[in-house]
Design a protein. Structure first.
Length: 183
């Protein structure tokens, strides 16, 4: 396990798990949201975003999180392991709702000076509506996507507890060995 992609619905905890996994393995972490969301919530141009993903995934070891289809052909091809946070809808929605409220209340900066605001929380492309648009569709479509990348070792984690136990069982030596299977 040297090059890992962490995927899951918005709010599932991709970045949190990916950061912890990268720290545990002692490898660099890359966050696709940080490359995609330019100042003022402007979306990065496709080629610029792809260049960021390509540069990061050119390394020998890394953990990257994100679901962006516009660079899947780069990251998934170069990865050897895919960790899928496939949590139930109510779990993800609750995490997303509490995260959104916390970020708004604390005026937390996310990427490139961007912050979530109450006035934008229900816009079609904001995280809460995006969850309803994508969560169940992604659960249906991901197995077929994975079939297109048979070289990937897939770790499908279905609850936050399962993810915590899987992460706790890893050691830096896991970078060179086969990934432990979830409990």
């Amino acid at each position: 396990m040297q090059r890992v992609i962490v995927i899951g619905t918005t709010g599932s905890g991709k970045t949190t798990l990916a950061r912890a996994l990268a720290a545990r393995l002692g490898v660099p972490h890359g966050e696709q949201d940080a490359w995609n969301h330019l100042p003022g919530w402007q979306e990065a141009p496709r080629e610029g975003f792809r260049a960021q993903v390509a540069a990061f995934t050119a390394g020998d070891t890394w953990v990257m999180d994100g679901n962006y289809s516009k660079a899947r052909d780069l990251g998934w091809v170069r990865a050897d392991t895919l960790v899928w946070l496939d949590y139930p809808g109510p779990v993800v929605f609750w995490r997303l709702l509490t995260r959104t409220v916390r970020r708004i209340a604390r005026r937390q900066e996310l990427w490139n000076g961007n912050r979530e605001h109450l006035r934008n929380a229900l816009k079609a492309d904001s995280p809460l509506p995006w969850f309803f648009k994508t969560h169940w569709r992604r659960r249906r479509e991901t197995p077929a996507l994975l079939a297109d990348y048979p070289h990937l070792r897939v770790v499908r984690l279905r609850t936050p507890g399962e993810a915590a136990r899987w992460l706790a069982a890893l050691s830096p030596e896991a970078v060179s060995g086969p990934p432990p299977r979830p409990a």
